[in-house]
Design a protein around this ligand. Structure first.
Ligand code: NAD
Length: 417
């Protein structure tokens, strides 16, 4: 499956490069990561050493240091991480950030380990990739299964190693997505989901749609899904169905996002929540609704799921939630799709703000962060929407077009044609 995901992103780069005459060599460079790092490291679990395998894919750094999350999930493998790293290069370019793309992870279920074990895994992983990362080289962040606390442990471990090796301290900017006391940015936690919702708001403006009382469904009620839902609820919208790895719930009168958040804080998943009727995944996606927010994993909306979709808009909180065929079906059914590399780019945007604040050791107010997030997301949405009108394409193709063109220009400036 993960090979399919990596092939999907490469085929999209290929398609848009051919359509718009992007330099063949540059297109080829972008279809292979610069560096693939695989580390093996031992961690003591239950008084015995267990070997773990960590990955870091550094896809491309022509625009700046590699930037991208670390995923802890059982399905992590080199192809999945390569696809996610490639999307990061494209995503950072859409937001005009001085970053390239990277991604990493470990194939584990984070829920299998207690807090001490998880801290040891994070610290050992950091030691194993210490020489290959850094605030001007490669800057990891959280993704599925990783949290701000894990970024704190990693930052602390990186700092210790820097002091002992080079007597350099204060390496906070090597990781983003940290807690405030470790140099995190105000607004980083809600950034990705809020950015997703801002895209919905901008889409509605273009279409002259009043979002009040419109409905939405969310697959994946983690960081991205829950904050997107919170912001969309603040527009007067109603979440009528929600799902996570334990199942899906439907309630025609809507769910309270706040109440669900409190429940999940305590119970870790939706399982056992008192409200709503249980539905299966197929029926969840087939619900009559205005907006569908996939915010879990890749390839969740397959061809057969897409055939039954009844929404007007899909906003991709997750990376790669639609297969290529599902994407085509949505286009044929006139369902708009705001693609991942635009819709969820608020996360890396505020990671950039965090990095800037760390570099300057000067911290911004929440208001400033959220205003800038809104401004940048709105500008990026406008820019891509206008390209899609001009090129007579969907927004995904417009995103790839903008991103690839910008990267090509930077290569050209360095004399690479
Ligand atoms: P998370 O770990 O906080 O939440 C993931 C959610 O998905 C959880 O509710 C989990 O139960 C659910 N889930 C997992 N497997 C599922 C399955 N098989 N079916 C249904 N639900 C399932 O992760 P997150 O940070 O919210 O990331 C979600 C997606 O957004 C990922 O694709 C990630 O790459 C992308 N993303 C995240 C960020 C960020 O800042 N966190 C930024 C950009 C993109």
């Amino acid at each position: 499956m993960s090979l399919k995901v990596f092939n999907m992103v490469k085929s999209q780069i290929n398609k848009i490069s051919k359509q718009h005459n992007i330099n063949k060599n540059i297109s080829a460079i972008l279809q292979s990561p610069n560096t693939i790092i695989q580390t093996n490291f031992p961690v003591k679990i239950n008084n015995e050493y267990k070997m773990f395998q960590g990955y870091r894919v550094q896809h491309n750094n022509i625009c700046g240091p590699y930037k991208g999350g670390l995923r802890f999930n059982e399905n992590v493998d080199i192809n999945e991480v390569s696809a996610l790293a490639t999307w990061m290069t494209l995503k950072c370019s859409i937001q005009d950030l001085p970053y390239g793309g990277g991604k990493g992870g470990i194939a584990i279920n984070p829920y299998d380990y207690n807090k001490d074990e998880m801290e040891n895994i994070c610290r050992a992983f950091t030691r194993s990739m210490y020489k290959q990362i850094g605030s001007n080289v490669d800057i990891p962040a959280p993704d599925v299964g990783t949290t701000s606390e894990m970024m704190n442990w990693m930052t602390d471990e990186y700092d210790k190693l820097s002091v002992s090796s080079f007597n350099i301290s204060n390496q906070k900017a090597t990781f983003t997505g940290k807690s405030l006391e470790y140099g995190g940015s105000k607004g980083r936690e809600e950034a990705t989901g809020t950015g997703v919702a801002i895209c919905v708001k901008e889409w509605a403006k273009k279409k002259n749609i009043d979002l009040k009382d419109k409905t939405f469904i969310v697959q994946g009620f983690g960081n991205v899904g829950s904050f997107a839902a919170k912001k969309m609820e603040s527009y007067g919208m109603k979440m009528i169905a929600v799902g996570d790895h334990t199942g899906y719930l439907y309630n025609k009168d809507g769910f309270s996002v706040n109440d669900l958040n409190n429940y999940i804080k305590e119970h870790k998943s939706l399982e056992g929540y008192h409200l709503g009727e249980r539905v299966n995944k197929q029926n969840f996606f087939a619900l009559e609704t205005d907006v569908c927010v996939p915010a879990a994993l890749e390839m969740e909306i397959t061809e057969s799921v897409a055939e039954n979709l009844k929404c007007k808009l899909i906003v991709e909180g997750a990376n790669g939630p639609l297969t290529e065929n599902a994407d085509k079906i949505c286009f044929e059914k006139n369902i708009d799709v705001i693609p991942d590399i635009l819709a969820n780019s608020g996360g890396v945007l505020v990671s950039y703000f965090e990095w800037l604040q760390n570099k300057q050791d000067y911290y911004w107010t929440l208001e400033k962060v959220l205003n800038k997030l809104d401004l940048n997301m709105t500008d990026a949405f406008d820019k891509i929407y206008n390209i899609s009108l001009k090129n007579n394409s969907n927004m995904r193709d417009a995103c790839y077009y903008y991103s690839l063109k910008r990267i090509e220009t930077i290569y050209n400036k360095r004399g690479i044609h």
